[in-house]
Design a binder for this molecule. Structure first.
Ligand SMILES: Cc1ncc(COP(=O)(O)O)c(C=O)c1O
Length: 399
């Protein structure tokens, strides 16, 4: 019989993060007091001057098609940003503006993968990474990392996973869900292996600006010309500029890959919304206008979160150095019961705590790490306090 839906979709899982968030939103709608630790989204509003940029664009009639790769002025500003922040030299024809970083990733993989090519995905991974590869016809190959390495990929694990079909590897620093940051030395090891085997590095740098404790972000592409040629730098405005809904991401790549990506984008969506691109121009014209207030607030929340979690006996977590998540190990509760219900894994934990204590968090199984759950501290201090009180109460009832 003729298959009416593609095999690729059949193999693709819907996002667990979005499912939990939707369930929590439904509960809020029906009047329940849910603490939202689920969403990977800044709770700040988009800064006013960025909104003004978009409003002005509408008034000025910038409401028509733009070049498929994005408005030249925006691509020039992205080049300037990459130069100033990351020490990377690109020309505007190497930049592609996309509808969010998720779209950047999918366009990247559609441009480089042939059917059956393998892509290495260090575990834990951001939920969409394997599915984006599958949709593009590739095969995600999971690479185990260790808790004691903050779940960062080592050269040894990388090299062991390479086959003659390996086409690319994901690197995400700062990382979601862990909040880990790769040091320059760690990146050098990965870069050398990628160059030796001619493997693309898809470097997701979306949390670049959310770094604490004086740590610094290094783009793997900045290490040398060889790795730069193989790297597709992915970044965007969602997290750094509190612009999730605007859908603005971008990539920087070698001219051949950039051209291929432009061709795909031209046929898929033409280009991101012109209004959004003008908002991006306003944002990048004033890099110093955005972040400081948000960053110090995230940092205070992070410290408060850690302080409170430290008070809960037996609970351990990966110390978060970047992004806005804490990845908490709850595996010591598995095999025990909460009000008579057995907790078998992170999904049970997440469902039970949402239904009973009204705390929405994401089960680690969504990231390939079932021993953990992820909380997002992109919410108010008051909500963080309330949420951790409830987690503590939940844990006390487990027996
Ligand atoms: C690691 C990572 N990459 C990419 C994205 C996608 O960002 P965007 O909203 O720009 O599509 C997210 C969003 O949660 C993310 O966590």
């Amino acid at each position: 019989m003729k298959k009416m839906i593609s095999d690729r979709v059949a193999e693709t899982k819907p996002s667990i993060t979005l499912a939990i968030t939707a369930k929590a939103k439904e509960m809020v709608k029906s009047g329940e007091d849910v603490v939202g630790f689920g969403a990977g989204e800044p709770d700040f509003d988009t800064p006013e001057f960025i909104k003004e940029g978009a409003i002005q664009a509408i008034k000025d009639g910038h409401t028509k098609y733009t070049p498929a790769t994005g408005i030249l002025e925006l691509r020039e500003l992205i080049c300037e940003k990459l130069k100033n922040d990351n020490g990377l030299s690109y020309t505007p024809d190497q930049i592609l503006v996309n509808s969010g970083a998720k779209h950047s990733l999918s366009t990247a993989f559609q441009s480089i993968l042939n059917e059956g090519d393998e892509v290495l995905v260090p575990v834990p991974y951001w939920v969409s990474y394997p599915e984006i590869v599958r949709i593009a016809g590739g095969i995600p190959v999971f690479v185990e990392t260790k808790e004691e390495d903050d779940f960062k990929l080592t050269g040894e694990a990388f090299e062991k996973s390479i086959t003659d079909k390996t086409k690319a590897i994901y690197i995400n620093s700062p990382s979601n869900p862990v909040g880990a940051i790769y040091s320059i030395e760690e990146l050098k090891v990965i870069a050398d292996i990628a160059v030796k085997h001619q493997i693309y590095v898809v470097s997701d740098e979306i949390y670049e600006k959310l770094i604490y404790d004086g740590d610094e972000h290094v783009s793997i592409a900045s290490l040398n010309e060889d790795i730069k040629k193989l790297t597709i730098v992915v970044n965007g405005m969602s997290k750094s500029h509190a612009m999730t809904g605007w859908r603005l991401g971008y990539t920087a790549a070698n001219p051949e890959v950039a051209k291929a990506m432009g061709t795909i984008q031209g046929h898929a969506v033409s280009h991101p919304s012109s209004i959004t691109q003008y908002a991006g121009i306003a944002a990048l014209k004033c890099p110093e206008c955005v972040l400081d207030g948000m960053l110090s607030e995230y940092d205070s929340r992070r410290k408060y979160c850690i302080e409170r979690l430290d008070e809960i006996e037996e609970l351990s977590y990966i110390y978060p150095k970047g992004a806005f998540y804490v990845f908490i190990n709850v595996s010591w509760l598995f095999g025990k019961k909460y009000r008579g219900t057995l907790i078998k894994g992170s999904m049970d934990f997440a469902n039970l705590i949402l239904d009973n204590e009204k705390v929405a968090l994401v089960p680690g199984v969504a990231f390939g790490a079932d021993k953990f759950v992820r909380i997002s501290y992109a919410t108010s201090m008051e909500e963080i306090g309330k949420g951790i009180d409830r987690i503590e109460k939940f844990i006390k009832e487990v027996e």
